[in-house]
Design a protein around this ligand. Sequence first.
Ligand code: NI
Length: 264
Amino acid sequence: MTVFDTHAHYDDDRFDDDRDTLLASMPEQGVGLILNPGCDPETSRKAVTYAEQYPWVYAAVGYHPENIEGQSDEQIADGLREIETMATNPRVKAIGEIGLDYYWCKDAGERKRQQEVFRAQMRMAKRCGLPVIIHDREAHLDCLTIVEQYPDVPCVFHCYSGSAEFAKQLLALGCMISFTGVVTFKNSKKAREAIAQIPLDRLMIETDAPYMAPEPYRGKRNSSLYVHRVAEAIAEINGISPEEVARVTLENGKRFFNIIDPIS
Ligand code: NI
């Protein structure tokens, strides 16, 4: 089966020793497509480099809420300008990852700043005609409020951690929902309940490599090679075959990111 890992960070230094060998081997190991998002200007630049090097890798560019911490307003403004320039590259298929992270950020002023940078990138996505990849950690309601304000911008909630009820609200807004290896963990009841509520044509799968390695690799460095485990877990929940999950989520990802087929 051929899968689409819709979220993996190959810019991470944990790939420094084998990045090229690993990325070059993906199609022969069943990974047909990979989307590598950026988290700031530097990692976005790297994502574009891999996308230009490998036909099966695409990039997203953006400022992650955690990466704006400690940056001056001027640095962020410069970074956003550079990100928008990169977004015109045809190998760039989304703005991301962007959003809100309240797990690490308790300060009300800093949270406001995250919201401003998130909104600025929603406007950027609209100008560029690109979808967005949303990071939402313990910020469900504020993410929803912002997403609602930009109805023309297609969104995927990556590494979904909300409830089945919140998923219904996102589906009503037209959002896609993406799951990582977390669904293979023993304590993933909440994610499993959400998956059972989500139509297959609204789901995507991802690794979030190098983080979030699925069972039985939990705690190890993750890579796109393990995205099959996510397909298998979703298949089990829905009582269908992993091949069917792989096929439909590949189609969903290509449609969402507007990828004109390099593979069939
Ligand atoms: Ni990520």
